[in-house]
Ligand binder design. Sequence first.
Ligand code: MIG
Length: 787
Amino acid sequence: MFGHILNFKLKENKVFINFETGNAIIEVLSPSIINVFSPLKYDDHYSKAIENRTIEKCDITATNSDNHIEIKTEKLTVKIFDDFKVDFYDKMGNILCEDYRENREPFERRGNGYELLEKEGHKVDSQNGNHKIEIIKKMLGEEKFYGLGDKTGPLNKKGYGYEMWNTDDPSAHLESHKALYKSIPFFINLRKNSAFGIFYDNTFKTYFDLGKENSNYYYFGSDDGNLDYYFIFGPEFDKVITRYTNLTGKTPLPQMWTLGYHQCRWSYSPENRLMEIAENLRSNDIPCDALYLDIDYMDDYRVFTWNRNAFPKPQEMIQNLKKDGFKLVTIIDPGVKKDKGYSVYEEGLKNNYFATDKDGIPYVNAVWPGDSLFPDFSDSKVRNWWGNNVKSLMDNGVSGIWNDMNEPASFNGPLPLDVQFKNDGNPTDHSEIHNVYGHLMAKATYDGIKNSTKKRPFVITRACYAGTQKYSTGWTGDNQSLWEHLRMSIPMFLNLGMSGLAFTGADVGGFGYDCTAELLCRWNQVGCFTPLFRNHSTAQSRDQEPWAFDDETLNISRKYIKLRYKLIPYLYDLMWKGEQSGLPVMRPLVLHYPSDENTYEINDEFLFGSNILVAPILEQGKKFRAVYLPKGEWIDYFTKEKFEGERFIVKEAPLDICPIYIKAGSVIPNYPDQSYIGENKIDELILDVYPGNGEYLHYEDDGESFNYKNGEYNLYKFTTENSNCFSINIESLKSNYSAKYTSFKFIINATNATSIKLNDEFINFNTDGSKISFSIPAKNGELKILS
Ligand code: MIG
C-alpha cells in the first residue's frame, strides 16, 4: 500500500511515519490503546464517536530496528513495517495481532444461473469486492469474535461477514442479514484467555469479514474515509469494553423510572384508548411506568404537532397520567412534512436546516407524512433547533422521546449518496453521514431534553453509531412475534452490550405478526432482565398486552414484571456501576469467565450483572433445558437448591418458571411491590442474601437529577464471609443524599440459624423453611449468623 518506510519521528505521544507513497501516525492514547491512522481523506480524525479524546501520559519509545520501527509502551510493542504493515505484541513478546502479508483470496462461488436465481427472487450473496481501505489481519488460530452491534446470528461472529450501513429492512430479520439499523464498527478478539478490541472509526459503508471468505485471515475495510482504527488491549476481556467505552463514552445513569415496565403499541389513540390501557394496567395489577404514543398522536404525521381530535388537551392528559404514576413517551421521526404554513417546515426551510441535493435544493423523499425534508443533524445549529422543538414536547409534560426511522428510512428508495450535509463547516454527503444520522439525531434529542428538564434524558433510538450510548438507549427495531426472534435477541443484546450499548431492549412479544400466549410468557421472562423492558407491536397485529390472552398469561406476565420491580435497585446499581466501567447489564458468560471455553459460544444464557445467571426457555412447548453454570456455587432462585458450577445441569421449567441462578456470596437489593417507581418512598431496603464470600456495592440517590454528579448520593458496602459462621459487614462509604433508608430487611437464603448477633448483641429473627429474615436500622455494623 505505502511502499518503504522513509523516516519517522516521535513527538509527544505520536509517531509520525513517512512512507514512499503515504504517511501515517501511530498514536499512543494510553499504554493499552494505540491509534493507527493515515489521512487518506482528511488530515484529522473528525470523529463522531469520540467526544473526549483523552491522552493518558505514559512512557513511549520509538526505535529503528533493521526492517521496522518498534514502538513500546508499558503494555505493548507495536512493530511497523514497509507497506504500513502493523503488528502488535504484548510485553512478553507474544504476538496479539498481526497484519496478513498475502493478498485476499476469497473462496469461489460455483455454479451457473446467477441471473436466473436473482430473477426468481433469490437473494444472491456476492463476494465482497476489493475496497480502497482494507486492513487484513492474520488468523492466529482459536479466535472468537464478539461485538459489532446489532448484527443477527450467533454470539461468536467468526466465520461471518457483515456490513455497516444502517438499514431498515421490513423483512423478518435472519442470520443472513448483513446489516440492520445500527453501525458499530467495533469487535473483540478473544484468544487463549487474552482479548483485544479493534474500533474502526469510519462512518462510510464498511465491511467486516471475520474469516468467512478465507479462514486464514479476517479483515475490515471501506471505500472512503481515513484509515483510522484503535487497537484496544485487555488482556482481560472486560477491560477491553471498559477501554472502548473510555473512548466512545459510557451509557449514563438513567432516571430510575426508565427501568420499569413500558407498554407501547402502534398506536394507542385516541386519548380514551390510551386511558383504557392505563386503567387495565392498574386494575390487572401490572406494574408499569411508561406509556407510549406512536405516530398517530401527530397531526397528519407532522413532527412536533398534536392531532387535536384524538388528543384535545395533551397537557391535561399527561398530568392525569402522571397522577396515576405513568410517564408518557412520544415518537419523533426525522422527516419534516413538506407543507406550506407548517412552522417546523417553514422555519427549517428559511434557515437552510435541511439536507439538499447537489444544487442546494432541499432534498425530498417520502415518509409517513408524504413528501418530507430531512434535517441536517450533522450541523450543530440544526441540532440546537431540533432540541428546542423537543423542548416544546417536554414543556407539555412528555417524559422521553422515541426516535424512529432515523437510518434514515424513506419510502421512495434510499437517499442518494450525494445528498449534501453541512457537517459543521466540513461539507460532505450522505455516504459519510448515513451511518451517523440517527446518532446525531439522538444527540440533538438528548441535549434538547437535558436543557429543558435538567433531568437525565430518556431517549430511545433505532439507528446508532459507535458512541450513541452517551445519548440514548437503543431498541432492536422491527422484530416479529417469532420464537426465532426471541432466541436471536439474546446474542444481539449481548453483542450490543459488548459494543458499548448497555441500555437496550427488543419489542417484547414481537413487533410484526401475531404473538401467542406462550410466546408472550417466555418473552416477558427475558424482558424482565432486559434493561429496556417494553412490550410493543405493530398496527393490525393482535392485542399483545399482558391481559390480551388468558389468565395464565396474565399471571405469568405479572410474576415476571413484578420480579423486575423487585430487582430495580439491583438494576439501578448496575447502571451506576456501568457509567464507570462501561460494562453492560446483560453479559455473555464469557465476559466474566473468559478462561472457561465452555462459555465462548453460549447463545441462550446470560448474566444479569455478575450475580444473576438467566437461562430462559426460548422454544415453544419446551419444559426443560440444559443450563451451564460456570465456576463457583450457584443457587436456584426459586427452589434455593445449591449447585457446584463448571458443569451442565438439566432444569425443569414449566411455563411459569424461567431458570434463574444466583451466585453464592451475592447480596441482591430488592424493593417491595410497587405499581410504579416512586409510588412509595422506600424507607426499608430489602437485601436478598445468598451465603458465600462476596462484596456488593449499593447506590442510592434521588433517581432523576444530575445532583449525583456533585456527590449527592449514598453508597453502601456489604461484605459477606462464610468461615466459622456466616457474617455480613455493613459499611456506609458515602452518605451525601439525605432522604436515605431508615432500615435494612435481610433475607438470608439457604441458611439455618440458632441465633443472630448484630455488633455482638443478639437480635430477633424469623425462620421460614430454609430462609431467615430480620430488620435492623440502616447503620454500619457486623452481623453474625450462628448455627
Ligand atoms: O414504518 O411508527 O420500528 O416501532 O411502531 C414503520 C410506526 C414506522 C417503525 C418502528 C416501530 C413503529 C413504527 N415505525
